[in-house]
Structure formats: C-alpha cells, structure tokens
Design a protein around this ligand. Structure first.
Ligand SMILES: [Zn+2]
Length: 572
C-alpha cells in the first residue's frame, strides 16, 4: 500500500516500540554488528509455485507516545538538519578506537543497529533514495551505470554525469529524478540548503530543477558547483579542489564549515565524504589504509561538530551520520563479457554499430550487472536467464518478465520504464578476507580479486551505518527495529515540518525520536523469505531473498542463490 506523509503521520509513524529501544550503549567492535550467519543451505525451499513465505515474524509494537502532526509552517527558525555521509562505511567498523567522534555522538543520540541500503547497494542509487524517500524504481535512479538509448544509443552512462542529468531532465520535463529531493523541498518552502559532496553524487542531491531562484543555496560536487560563481572565494582561500583522496574530503568539509556556514547554518546541509569507500575499493575493507580513511572521516565529522559548537547551534541541530551502503571483498572477478561471448551471445559493453534485436548491452555495476536485450527479444532473454542460473557466480536474478526461477524486478523495487531485461546480483559468502573482515563476493570485470567493492545483495553490502543525534532524538540508545536509507527523507521533512507533495516509501523513524505525545498505538514488524527455483537436466537453480517490513516500508535484508548439480546429470 502506498502512502503519503499525512497517512504516515496518522498510521505508520506510530510503529513505536520502546521494547526495541534498549538502553544499552553500543559495544566496541560488534555493537553495530551483523546478525547470526544465515547460510543459504539452511533456508527452506518448499516452494509453491514460485515464491513462498518461509518465515514470518510478528512483533507486537506498542507505545504510549506519538509524534505530533507536522505543522503547516516550516520549522526553520529553531531547527537545522546536518547529514554527514561516510561513503561505504560498514557498521561493524564503528568503534571507540577507530571512530572516537562518531562513537561519542552515538552515545549522545541513537544508533540504528539494523539499517539498510536499497538495492543495488551502490552510491548513486542510495544517494537518491536518501534524499527522496522512495525506492529506486520510483525515483528512476536504479544503478550507478545504466543503458538509456534515448540518452546515448551506443554506450552505458554514469547516471550522475552533468550531461546525462541535463539530457535526462530535458527528455522528461525535469523529472530525470521523478520526485523532488529534500533540498528542493526545503528551498520551495523558503529554507536555505547546502549540499557539498567530495564525490560526483552531489549533483543528484540537488540538481536545481523546477525551483525558482533559491538564494544562498549551493551544490558542490567533486569540486564543481551550482551556481558556479560560489566557488571563486573558496578556491581563493583553500586552493583548487585537490586530487588526493583524503584531501578532497578535507577540502569539502572546510568549504562547508568555513565558507558555506559562515553566515549562519542553513535549514538543511549535506556533507558527503568519499571515504572510506575510495580506499576500500583500492585495498579492501579492514586494510590498514582503509582504517586510516575511516579515521579521516571521523576527523571531518569532528570538524563539523566543532563548527556547530562555535556557532552555538548544537542544541537546535539534528545530526545524521549515515553511509550509503556497506562493503565486501572480491573473491573472484568474473569477465561476463568473455563468458557470454563464449556461450554464443552477442554481448557488448559498447555498441560500435547499430545494435541488432537480440544483442545484449552489458552494464557492470561492480557487485551487480544489468543486461539490456535489444528489442526485448524473449528467446534471448530466456536463454540468458537460464545460462546465468546454471553458472557458478550468480547470486540473485531479477527479470522484467518474472521468468521461471527468477524474481521480478519489482521484488527489489527496481522496475521502471527504462529498466533492463535482466539484473543479476553476484553470489556472496561470509568468509573473511586477508584482513580478517567477513564478506566475500564475486564481482564484475572492472576490479581484481582481493580488492573491495559492493552493490550485491550480500548482508555486508546491504547493511550500513546510521547514527542520529540532536534535539529530536533520544539519548544514548540503540534502535533494533529495521530501518533504511529510504527513511531519512520522511524523517527529516517531518522534523522541518515540510509536507512532501508525493507519496514516500520510507517511514518516519518515530521510535527513536523524542518529540512525542501521549497516545497509545500498535504496529508490527514482519520478515519473510521469498524463493524461486528452476529445474534443469543437470541440476536445480535456487535463489532466495529475505525481506523485512515495518508498516508499509519494506527493506531487503539479503539474497543469494546457487546451482546444485544433480548426480548422474538428471534432476528429480
Ligand atoms: Zn558509495
């Protein structure tokens, strides 16, 4: 069931569960940790006829408190929101030693111990989900790299590239991202915003569409800016945007604290740090240099908090520290271009000539691959799905048509008119890498084994970090209720008393908040595992996807699959 903010306020936001807010403060190392290992072989596969609910947990949720309805007047006078994103930060690396500032902030606020990325667990997809509150299929940003023949008929595109964003908005009358972002809504309500990203993702958070003149609002992305002229004084003082990774984060942080916030804190600020993502890609999660990159993000957070203290606005500012996705280590790099070619498919990553019906455009996104079959040729699509099902690298396969032994794209909320015919998340396991960090995946051809990447349905990619602290959040508590990136926009808009014009998929994180009245409510949390299988002469393909739900908001926990060869070559 879809809902709008009004509905959420009257129903879903009341899923408050004091029993799930425990007073314990996170413990070192594993306070944010993952649940008990759940191996695929332990899952039940008594499927009928395609999907089935194998587990359902009902938790009675009860509270004496509710959040008051959002007022008609935006709350800009006594409230500020600061979102600091640590790109690719795994929750199990939050510790007193590595991240002392975040550790302390968590003790002053709420640690969300069961936080989720949306799938694919990639940066642009989750950046968009964070600021729109809707799933990827609805926003339109379903991967970092996609094939949009209406934008470029020959090559895959990076969804956040300025030329692509511009053309996408031209083709859709300003709906390249189909719904407004938090920054746009704050601006429309008359508030000031600042989006500063050391990575290119910043453009998706506020690309300046459909809004009148928004005075004193800025977007920085990887050293570029909108409006362009705001950069000059910053470059004059800090030098031009540096090329070294840690310096990029430092520069962007300083641009915010020393320049953008100089004349007062905007209603809504985002600071997106590129670490530890970039270093974890180069090395792997848990590598000494990756831990140093985490420390660097912690120091930038300290600079942000210090700036808030200096401005005397800590008491009126809610600070969110969130990561876009988790991280894994590559166990095997799979060259699908060669594998599909050897199997007789016409599979390309660039169309040099006019593509023919049945040709496949292959778009790698690290831990997931998108397959676009030209002309949506049904025979080729079916053959491709069956080939992947009998491979030793496929984890979970989604198809636009919901082919046998696959899930529908909409089961992962990634279906839309531009969606590919097939999406495959690579297989994963919970074994440890060379630095003792669990979570190994197969991945596409773009990085080597031993390096880090993400974007699969692994529990280590799909679980990420969230800490929130400030006047609207409880102090020194943990929240075990399922939450996700898609919940930040409805929560932030609620705090600022701004009504979104569109339905949101996320929910207000009311169970963690303080601004509540005395009205009893009930609610429930559900979890289920959907499964699909397909028999072949040589064995059986099985895949599963575990989904949690709070109210009408659903979260993908993890998914995996395997082909089990039948002895003697005949399946039963
Ligand atoms: Zn990222």
């Amino acid at each position: 069931m879809k809902k709008n903010i009004g509905d959420m306020l009257s129903r879903e936001s009341f899923n408050i569960d004091p029993a799930r807010i425990d007073l314990a403060i996170p413990k070192p190392g594993n306070g944010f940790g993952f649940g008990a290992p759940r191996r695929l072989r332990n899952l039940r596969f008594n499927m009928l006829p395609k999907y089935c609910t194998s587990m359902s947990i009902l938790v009675l949720v009860f509270s004496l408190r509710v959040i008051p309805l959002a007022a008609d007047t935006p709350r800009f006078d006594d409230r500020h929101i600061v979102v600091v994103v640590w790109d690719g930060m795994r929750p199990d690396f939050v510790s007193e030693e590595t991240t002392p500032t975040l550790w302390k902030l968590a003790r002053e606020g709420v640690t969300f111990r069961n936080h989720h990325a949306v799938y694919p667990s990639a940066t642009m997809v989750n950046g968009t989900a964070l600021v729109t509150g809707v799933y990827p299929g609805k926003s339109g940003i379903i991967a970092n790299y996609v094939y949009r023949p209406d934008i470029d008929p020959h090559d895959a595109i990076a969804v956040e590239s300025p030329a692509v964003v511009k053309k996408g908005d031209q083709l859709s009358n300003g709906k390249y991202i189909s719904v407004p972002t938090i920054a746009e809504l704050v601006q429309r309500a008359g508030g000031r915003t600042a989006v500063a990203s050391a990575k290119t993702v910043g453009l998706l958070l506020d690309r300046r569409v459909g809004i009148g003149p928004a005075e004193n609002c800025i977007t920085f992305f990887a050293g570029s800016a909108l409006p362009g002229d705001v950069l000059a004084p910053i470059v004059a003082a800090l030098g031009s945007f540096p090329s070294a990774r840690l310096q990029k984060d430092r520069w962007t942080t300083k641009a915010v604290t020393d320049f953008v916030w100089k004349d007062g804190l905007p209603a809504f600020s985002v600071l997106w740090l590129g670490e530890p993502d970039l270093q974890q890609h180069e090395t792997a999660p848990g590598a000494p240099s990756a831990l140093a990159a985490i420390k660097s993000s912690d120091e930038n957070l300290a600079a942000v908090l210090s700036a808030l203290d200096q401005q005397g606005v800590r008491k009126t500012t809610d600070v969110f520290v969130v990561s876009d996705h988790g991280f894994s280590t590559i166990g095997r790099s799979v060259d699908l271009r060669k594998i599909l070619k050897d199997a007789g498919f016409v599979a390309k990553t660039v169309f040099d000539d006019e593509p023919k019906p049945g040709d496949i455009m292959l778009v790698g996104n690290g831990g997931s691959v998108l397959f676009y079959v030209v002309g949506h040729d049904a025979m080729v699509t079916r053959r491709l799905a069956e080939f992947l099902q009998q491979s030793d690298f496929a984890g979970v396969i989604f198809t636009k048509q919901g082919l046998p032994g696959t899930f529908h794209l909409n089961d992962a909320k990634i279906d839309n008119p531009h969606a590919p015919d097939v999406v495959m998340a690579f297989r994963w396991n919970d074994s440890k890498n060379q630095f003792g960090t669990p979570g190994m995946i197969d991945s596409d051809w773009q990085r080597a084994a031993g390096e880090g990447t993400h974007a699969t349905l692994s529990r280590f990619d799909m679980h990420n970090t969230l800490v929130a602290a400030g006047p609207d959040f409880r102090r020194g508590q943990t929240d075990d209720l399922t939450t996700g990136n898609v919940d930040l926009a409805p929560t932030i808009l609620h705090i600022l008393a701004i009504k979104a014009p569109q339905e949101m998929d996320g929910r207000i994180l009311s169970e963690a908040m303080t601004s509540v009245d005395q009205v009893p409510v009930t609610g429930k949390t559900e979890a289920k595992t959907i499964e699909a299988k397909k028999d072949f002469a040589a064995g059986i393909w099985r895949q599963s996807l575990r989904i949690s739900r709070v109210g009408s908001t659903m979260y993908l926990d993890e998914g995996n699959g395997a082909f089990a060869p039948t002895l003697g070559g005949k399946s039963d």
